[in-house]
Each structure stands twice: as C-alpha cells, then as structure tokens.
Design a protein around this ligand. Structure first.
Ligand code: PMP
Length: 398
C-alpha cells in the first residue's frame, strides 16, 4: 500500500477557504471582507508608485542573482531597524539590535520561535484571546505549549485591560508573551499608551519575554506613532523580539518581505545571538530571496521614493479611516438603532463587528458578502461603490 495511505485530510484554512468560496461565487455584487488585504477604491490590490519606480530601476540595472547573506543585506536590515526603533535610537547606536530579513512577518515569527525554543525549551507561549489565527499553530509547530491571555472585551468592543494585566502578572518568568504592536488582528482593539507602559512594567517585574508582532506599521496613526510599543520596550532596557512585515505597508504580500529583530543587553551578546539566529535560518531555507527586500531597501534609502511611499501609505491609512466613517454613517442611514460607533474607534484593517456566525452566514448566502464567522470584517476591502451595499445588508441581517 502507499506510504500516504494513512494521511488524513487536514482542515481547510478558515480564511483562505473563504477566498475559494468567494472566487467561485458568480454574483457581480459579491464583496470579500474576509482576507486581510488592502484594496484601493477600485477593489484592486495596489502596486505602489514608489515600488514601481524602484522596481524599474532595479530591473534596468540587470542585477545578478548570487546568494544573499544568511541574515539578508545590511542595507535592508538597517532600514528595518530605523523604521522600528527610530532614526536616533540609542539601542541601534549601542549595537543592541540584531535584525535578519525573513519571509514576511510569518517567517519572522517562525525563526524567532525556533530560536526561542533552542534558548528556553521549557517556556510557554501566551497569545491574546483572540489572536491572528496562525499564531497558535506557528508556535506549536516550533514545539511550544501555547495558551491565551485575556484580551478582547466583547461588550465594549475594546480591550479587557484589567483582566489582561492580571493574567500577565500571574505568569512565570521566561514566559513568552506575543503582543500585537498595533492594529490588533482580528479585533481592531489596541492598547492605549498608558496601558502599554503598564504592560512593559509587568514584563519587567515578572521577567517575561515580550515578542511583538508588527504587521501593520503605518496603518493606524503613522509610522512613528504606530511604533510606540516598540519604542517603549526599547526604552525599558528589557530584551525582546519584534517580527515585522512589509506585506501590507508596501503592498508586497506575495514577495514575502519581513524581518526579525532581537534586542539584546549588549553588543557582544548581539554577535552571539546573530550567530545562533543564522544557524536557525541556514537549516530552514539557507538565505532569503532578493527582490522584495531590495525594493524596500531602495525605497527607504532614497529620500524622494521614501517620501512618495510615506504619502502612499498615508493614503491607504486615510482611505480605511474614511471607509470606517462611511460604513458607520451608512449603517445609521439604513435605520440601525444599535450602536456601531466602535467601528471608528477600532484601528487598522479589521473590525470585530459582533455579528454572529448565523448573521455572517446570511450575509454570504443572501448578499454574497464574505466575512469571517467570528464577525471579523476587513475594512480595507470596502470602497465607495460597495460600502452602502454592505451597510444595507448588515442592516437586514441584524
Ligand atoms: N501577524 C499578523 C498579526 C498578521 O495579521 C499577519 C498577516 N495577516 C502576519 C503576522 C503575517 O504577515 P506576512 O503576510 O507578512 O507573513
């Protein structure tokens, strides 16, 4: 018999499965609010002008394709560090940050998880309840036991901060705490600056290992404002991890461009940490791909392209904010009495709407509007042509 005879069929990825159903739907009015991708007002994933310019220049130079350094090119890694920690960061000047290019934010989490497992095999990993659906599986596949810490408060559509803080305060030293640095996925509910300071204090008091996931820098308030959590941890003197991604901020989803940054206590520690991180990378995929990271590095190092990118990123951020307002207004205009004002308080691409699984089913079956069964919708898929249709449908199902 076949060596694969006993292989069981794995469950479909809930969100990518939704995409397949959406693609098969023949209704012209269909709307995909499931997957976390930014579309422009025409419903298209943009190819940013700054990216186009850098790509054109790169292709004209006909670059050869040798292997990259295991940790990626220095120009890219240093551009990542400046975005996360700020141009004048003391940590960077002191050589206390190790950065390696990674295969998107997912790849950064994975090499970080593998490194942590070797460092501290007995520790547990804690993720927010709820969290990005891949966090648990990713840390489990690195060999960790994964548990939740309280996060979302359904009644207020915000964060249950006292429960979160109390829980973090009860964990044992060395526990790894995965934190969404901004634009929490899936809820859209973020911590305030004061709450972040309390989280930093708890991590220091309990000896926790913070692992920040920064997949949406620039989608809430701006590049530096959205790095607040990173900057507060940087100022704390603690050691911590940051997984970052350019999938959204450069609209380079399929190029798989991200990075893992590790803050150490001192420069000599950085050298040793990098040497071990390189072993993790070498045994996974040897060294990272060239193109996406080269584009990002070129944009970030050219003052003109960087300005153009910042303007385009601001455009994406403001369009989403506009869609939050438009959806709220349209829901009201369709006669809904329930309070949907949380839509404009939540940040980033997503909103936890409070729609039930049955209501989400009706949206899909009756209106061709695809949302995640948890009630998560992606605001970045709304546009001036579909927002009223979506609001009318929500008004009908609630
Ligand atoms: N973390 C979070 C919270 C995310 O939402 C995502 C993307 N959906 C990622 C990580 C992974 O990003 P990438 O596509 O760059 O791997």
């Amino acid at each position: 018999s076949s060596i694969f005879a006993g292989v069981e069929l794995a469950p479909r990825d809930p969100i990518l499965g939704l995409n397949e159903a959406f693609n098969a739907d023949t209704r012209s009015t269909k709307v995909n609010l499931g997957v976390g991708v930014y579309s422009d007002d025409n419903g298209k994933i943009p190819l940013l002008a700054a990216v186009q310019a850098a790509e054109k220049a790169r292709l004209e130079a006909l670059p050869a394709r040798g292997y990259q350094p295991i940790e990626g090119p220095a120009a890219y890694d240093s551009a990542v560090q400046k975005l996360l920690f700020g141009e004048g960061s003391e940590l960077l000047a002191a050589g206390r940050v190790v950065t390696a290019q990674a295969l998107g934010g997912t790849g950064a989490l994975k090499i970080g998880a593998d490194f942590l497992k070797r460092l501290n095999p007995a520790s547990k990993v804690y993720i927010s309840d709820p969290s990005w659906e891949n966090h648990r599986a990713l840390f489990e596949s690195a060999g960790f036991e994964v548990e939740n810490y309280p996060y979302y408060h359904a009644a207020s559509r915000g964060v249950d901060f006292s429960a979160m803080k109390a829980h973090l305060g009860s964990l044992s030293a060395g526990s790894v705490i995965v934190l969404h640095a901004c634009c929490h996925n899936p809820t859209g509910a973020d911590l305030s600056a004061a709450q972040w300071e309390e989280v930093v204090s708890v991590c220091r008091e309990r000896g926790l290992v913070p692992f920040l996931d920064m997949a949406y820098q620039g989608f809430a308030d701006g590049i530096d404002a959205d790095a607040l959590a990173v900057r507060l941890f940087a100022a704390s003197g603690l050691q911590f991890f940051v997984a970052s991604s350019f999938s959204k901020s450069f609209s380079l989803y399929g190029e798989r461009v991200g990075a893992l940054s590790i803050v150490t206590a001192a420069k000599d520690e950085s050298v040793r940490v990098l040497s071990q991180l390189k072993r993790v990378i070498r045994t996974n995929y040897s060294n990272p791909p060239i193109h996406g990271a080269a584009i990002v590095a070129a944009v970030l190092s050219s003052p003109a392209l960087r300005q153009q990118w910042e303007d385009e990123l601001a455009g994406m951020r403001e369009r989403i904010r506009g869609m939050r307002l438009a959806l709220l207004d349209a829901i009201k205009a369709h006669g809904v009495a329930a309070d949907f004002s949380f839509i404009t308080a939540q940040r980033g691409m997503f909103s936890y709407t409070g729609l039930s699984a049955a209501q989400v089913d009706r949206l899909r079956e009756e209106f061709g509007i695809y949302a995640v069964s948890t009630g998560r919708i992606c605001l970045a898929a709304l546009n001036s042509k579909n927002v009223d249709y979506v609001a009318a449908a929500i008004a009908k199902v609630i």
